[in-house]
Design a protein around this ligand. Structure first.
Ligand code: SAM
Length: 269
């Protein structure tokens, strides 16, 4: 239970129904360091109809995208992952209340670090879409390692996506976008990047983006060449007129007059 974002009202994440409980997730065994498969757990089993398509949102914030889109897409299971406790509670409570009116049985929330979940827990080839909207920009250099997009994350996203599965990205933040693109150029056909980013910011980002670590380079060598294609972002059905994706942060930033960057990486296999 939490009271902060609920403005005095108790927020209830309904563990085991909406919130993924500790018992459902289970402990991460020590053996993952030598045997990565030993930590995997299939999140599709957390849903009433595990055979449905599975999509995952990283950093759901207040859960606006999930609440809107899951209702329009009832034959898909959605897992929102949010590491900030108050936002996790807020989003899970919203979904719990919708369930009371008979909808949103296809949405669950996990409290934790989505990049760790992908790396250590998520099995291969299970996910149709990974949604990453208005990810925290972490502007200070010493915090860049906290940005979601890293070479390690892209290797994990590729592994977890089904063939043809998509990583959908939207941001308002020009430096984060250039950072993303300076990573993506290692993972897509470089000649396709031109329509998404100008050369000057890309060049600046190249100077600060670390090279892929050896472990990722080895994985990269086992993948399709290139691992992803890059293409334009298609608005989800839940986005309102004039919106790109229709999240809480987008609505705040539209009011501030900001512009947005968006793309889709599609897994080639
Ligand atoms: C700027 S907010 C955007 C929220 C929402 N996507 C939107 O567009 O309204 C970014 C959210 O991602 C969460 N977040 C950042 N990194 C994360 C990670 N590695 N795992 C889970 N959540 C993360 C933050 O706590 C925050 O709630």
């Amino acid at each position: 239970m939490s009271f902060g974002l609920g403005h005095g009202k108790a927020l209830d994440d309904a563990p085991g129904e909406v919130g993924v409980s500790d018992a459902e997730l289970g402990p991460l065994p020590d053996s993952v360091l030598t045997d990565p498969e030993s930590g995997r757990i299939d999140p599709r089993a957390w849903f009433d109809s595990p055979d449905r398509a599975f999509e995952l949102e990283i950093g759901s914030g207040k859960g606006t995208f999930l609440v809107q889109q899951a209702e329009l897409q009832p034959s898909t299971n959605f897992l929102g992952i949010e590491w900030a406790g108050e936002f996790y509670q807020y989003a899970a409570d919203r979904i719990r209340r919708r369930r009371g009116s008979g909808s949103h049985a296809n949405v669950r929330m996990l409290h934790g670090d989505a990049t760790e979940f992908l790396r250590w827990r998520c099995p291969d080839g299970i996910c149709r879409v990974i949604h990453l909207y208005f990810s925290d920009p972490w502007p200070k250099s010493r915090h860049h390692k906290k940005r979601v997009v890293q070479h390690r994350f892209l290797a994990d996203a590729w592994r977890v996506l089904e063939p043809g599965g998509e990583l959908r990205v939207v941001t308002d933040h020009a430096d984060l976008w250039a950072w993303d693109m300076a990573h993506f150029e290692t993972w897509v056909d470089r000649s396709d990047l031109g329509e998404f980013v100008d050369e000057a910011p890309l060049d600046a980002a190249r100077r600060i983006v670390p090279a892929p670590p050896e472990s990722v380079r080895r994985l990269r060598d086992t993948m399709h060449e290139p691992p992803f294609s890059i293409g334009p972002f298609e608005r989800p059905e839940s986005a309102a007129d004039g919106e790109v994706v229709g999240t809480n942060f987008e609505r705040k930033f539209i009011d501030e007059g900001r512009s947005f960057h968006a793309c889709v990486l599609r897994k080639l296999a």
